[in-house]
Design a protein around this ligand. Structure first.
Ligand SMILES: Cc1cn([C@H]2C[C@H](O)[C@@H](COP(=O)(O)OP(=O)(O)O[C@H]3O[C@H](C)C(=O)[C@H](O)[C@H]3O)O2)c(=O)[nH]c1=O
Length: 191
């Protein structure tokens, strides 16, 4: 697997090694050893999968400490624009984001550390999205910022105002009205 750094320390793109032959392809979608060697020790405890139709936007979500989650995300059917927003107070990249197209064709994955809000827009007819989390689901710790916050400068590639959102996702605050539960800890994010 190849690691590609992004504009935000700690957020990395994982490019798996693909083996193609006359039958199709094979690749190791996750290796604890390789991930620990090349990214960081991560004890993923929960795998999630969601399917979304064209025009859906999910996010921008996080779980508050002590239920904060790092995520390793990928799109196994279709294509999404995946976005991670830095919401760590004191971070030099606070409010900035990384946006990466993850598709069933490019097989790319994105690692999003704790302290980030995460979301994605569906760019294809449908998208099946799978991801690993290093902490369990805790609905009581659920938080979010508005996926329609223009101050974030995210180009979702689809009109956010026409997007299909859950009722919950229509109610998240703008970043300027948001008090983050995360503090920046440089050592935690250095690769
Ligand atoms: C996240 C989650 C949800 N659920 C149940 C709760 C709801 O009844 C149902 C749908 O949940 P929700 O609408 O929160 O699903 P998404 O909008 O896809 O939320 C996710 O979308 C963004 C992109 C994320 O990064 C988060 O992991 C997560 O918040 O699944 C569970 O049982 N376990 C879980 O871990």
């Amino acid at each position: 697997m190849n690691i590609i750094r992004t504009s935000i320390e700690g957020v990395v793109i994982v490019e798996p090694r693909l083996f193609r032959d006359a039958r199709g392809y094979f690749f190791e979608s996750f290796s604890q050893r390789d991930f620990s060697d090349k990214v960081r020790a991560a004890d993923f405890v929960q795998d999630n999968e969601s399917r979304s139709t064209c025009g859906v936007l999910r996010g921008l979500h996080f779980q508050r400490p002590p239920h904060a989650q790092s995520k390793l995300v990928r799109c196994v059917r279709g294509a999404v624009l995946d976005v991670a927003v830095d919401i760590r107070r004191g971070s030099p990249t606070y409010g900035q984001h990384v946006a990466v197209e993850l598709t069933e064709e490019n097989h790319l994955q994105l690692f999003i550390p704790r302290g980030f809000a995460h979301g994605f827009a569906v760019l294809s007819e449908e998208a099946v999205f799978q991801y690993k989390c290093d902490n369990y689901y805790a609905p009581e710790a659920d938080g979010g910022i508005s996926i329609r916050d223009a101050s974030l400068g995210i180009d979702w590639r689809i009109p956010a105002e026409e997007a299909i959102l859950s009722e919950k996702d229509t109610r998240h605050p703008l970043l300027r009205d948001f008090i983050s539960p995360f503090d920046y800890n440089e050592d935690l994010y250095k690769l």
